[in-house]
Design a protein. Structure first.
Length: 242
């Protein structure tokens, strides 16, 4: 069970004075928390560390302006996420993830995302938002959970956007994350609770520098939440254009 769903597990960070991200102590504490959560995992410390430390980049997917090259011949929905740190533009893959894209468009068109924040950030992993307000209260999208489309062949590569969820594979509603690095261990490996993975439904076309800025902010603990940016990063608007 080496390609287990680590998404919710890697988020745990020690209270008080957490070690510097990327230090040996940081990796050791992350791995200890993984073992406490899933005692029967056979993922070794070295493999766990390699997942976070040595992502495999596909350089051909990027142009000189750090934009992700997408297949423009496919059906794509254009999205602009205006954040307090700048603008992120994406293309959503209607063909590969029709349920997920339609869900995101419906929620965005309702104005729901305005005023939500990026509430969970791990440099070298991902930035997550679309579910909490600045006072760290959950905001209900008043939508039903959707079918997990992680079996669509799209990978959790740097710059892709995917749906966040609970341990239930088919529990995603509004929260999403943008992969800061290649995170192949989040991909679909089987139609079972351990293997469903996280559904990618689009990719950043412009604004990875903004994603990098978000990933680089200082984080800490706020109430029960870990990895919370100490600087509030607000989603000011999400605009859809076909």
């Amino acid at each position: 069970m080496k390609l287990i769903t680590l998404f919710t597990l890697i988020f745990f960070v020690t209270a008080c004075s957490p070690p510097e991200p990327g230090s040996d102590e940081w990796y050791e504490e992350k791995y200890d928390e993984l073992i406490e959560t899933i005692p029967n995992t056979d993922l070794t410390f070295e493999e766990f560390k390699a997942i976070l430390e040595n992502p495999v980049y596909e350089e051909d997917n990027y142009n000189e302006n750090d934009k992700i090259a997408n297949d423009t011949e496919k059906n794509m929905t254009q999205v602009t996420i205006q954040t307090s740190l700048g603008e992120i533009k994406l293309e959503l893959n209607d063909e590969k993830a029709p349920i997920t894209v339609e869900n995101f468009k419906t929620i965005a068109d309702s104005g729901y995302y305005e005023g939500t924040i990026f509430h969970r950030v791990i440099n070298g992993f991902m930035v997550q938002g679309g579910g909490l307000t600045a006072d760290m209260n959950n905001k209900s999208s008043e939508t039903s959970p959707i079918q997990n489309e992680a079996n669509n062949g799209l990978s959790n590569d740097r710059g892709t956007i995917a749906m966040a969820r609970t341990g239930d594979p088919h529990s995603a509603t509004s929260q999403f994350f943008i992969n800061h690095k290649d995170n192949g261990f989040l991909n679909h490996t089987g139609e079972n609770p351990q293997g469903w993975g996280y559904a990618v439904f689009g990719a950043v076309t412009e604004g990875m520098d903004v994603v990098d800025q978000i990933a680089d902010v200082a984080t800490g603990n706020v109430g029960p939440y870990q990895d919370v940016p100490l600087e509030i990063i607000t989603i000011e608007s999400v605009t859809i254009s076909e």
